[in-house]
Design a protein around this ligand. Sequence first.
Ligand SMILES: [Zn+2]
Length: 159
Amino acid sequence: MEKKSISIEYKEYNNIEDLPLMEQSLLKKAISATKGAYAPYSRFRVGAAVLLSNGETVIGANQENAAYPSGLCAERTALFSAHTLYPEATVRAIALTAVDQEGNMLPTITYPCGACRQVMAEYEMLAKSPMNIIIGSSSAIQTFEGVSSIMPFIFDNLI
Ligand SMILES: [Zn+2]
């Protein structure tokens, strides 16, 4: 038996103005995207913004449904829409955040769920370069270079 370990690196900023301009712009679009959330059950409003290799930005917000599993997270809403609209483009970056009823970012960071991380990982493989991930809250903004930073062991046996 051999004991192994992995480590990850990420950057943490205290406020949105400290981010590099591209990341700042994308996070602001994610905040704005929360207006499109349909979250009558959880009242948890999440927004995502995806920056593509062709320069386009595609946004998404969480969509809930009375039949709970039928809803979809903001990240996958944005990623699936991005690939539908621009199948030739690849994903460069994704920003996401959750807001309160007034549209202000929540004080705690909202990380992507496992299913969204898996989807992000596959689009990253298509891009053949690490996806820049920006996750915002009112107390801290974290940025990650590559999906493996938030999901090191993905399912890729069929790829
Ligand atoms: Zn998710």
